[in-house]
Design a protein around this ligand. Structure first.
Ligand SMILES: [Mg+2]
Length: 234
């Protein structure tokens, strides 16, 4: 039987684990832009969705996957704004105005109860980390959703230059947390990311906040239960 070392840190994915995208903000953004720029909200909504979708394609010329710094990210958003202007025939500066009014972080919200669970983990003496396949501005997003003060280390895959399930991000996060890899519990909604963590020697579990996936954790409270069970065994 393998004896696990004492747990010293919990490393969370961000999206659909401790935070989620609030679709209603897209509607608010489209409504605001439509009223402000005299556009059809549906047309603006579709254009925004298409622009974002293209940027998630890794080899697209406007992909965010290759951004390495906050400066790179600013250039990305500047280009995004200009592309929005071009597609909707908006005046110069309108795209930047839109991006400033609805920056990336306003679409993200904390999962209900996340603050309480992170607080409880810290009260147990554990470090809390986040490892997300995301743009360099991860600290800004976690502050915006009201969790920044409870997170010891936040790692954006862009900044590391390795996206999950590549190993480098996990190893970087463990080192930044000041713990050994087997002392980490990793939580993510994607099985491939969980399997990658396990293959490195981390304990890791899938979370499915929709409650549908058999065998997955179904709430952040389940993370606490898991932590307490492991602590009791140690
Ligand atoms: Mg996720």
């Amino acid at each position: 039987m393998t004896v696990l070392p004492a747990l010293r840190a919990v490393l969370f994915d961000r999206d659909d684990t401790i935070a989620y995208t609030d679709r209603s903000v897209y509607r608010d953004a489209a409504a605001w832009g439509a009223a402000h720029f005299g556009l059809d909200p549906a047309q603006l909504g579709h254009t925004l969705a298409a622009l974002w979708q293209e940027s998630t394609v890794t080899d697209h010329e406007r992909s965010w996957w290759h951004l390495r710094s906050l400066e790179d990210e600013q250039t990305f958003w500047d280009t995004y704004g200009r592309e929005l202007e071009r597609r909707l025939d908006l005046p110069a500066g309108a795209g930047a105005e839109f991006v400033a009014r609805f920056p990336y972080e306003v679409y993200i919200k904390a999962v209900p109860g996340a603050r309480e669970v992170l607080t409880a983990l810290r009260a147990r003496g554990l470090k809390v980390g986040v490892l997300s396949n995301t743009l360099p501005s991860i600290d800004r997003t976690l502050e915006a959703v009201g969790l920044g003060d409870l997170i010891d280390v936040a790692v954006a895959s862009c900044t590391v230059g390795a996206h999950k399930p590549e190993p480098a991000g996990y190893l970087h996060a463990a080192q930044a947390l000041g713990v050994q890899v087997p002392e980490v519990l990793f939580i993510d909604d994607k099985l491939e990311n969980v399997e990658a963590a396990r293959s490195l020697g981390m304990a890791a579990e899938v979370i499915d906040l929709t409650g549908q996936r058999p065998g997955a954790l179904h709430s952040l409270d389940d993370v606490l239960t898991l932590v307490d069970a492991r602590t009791a065994r140690a």
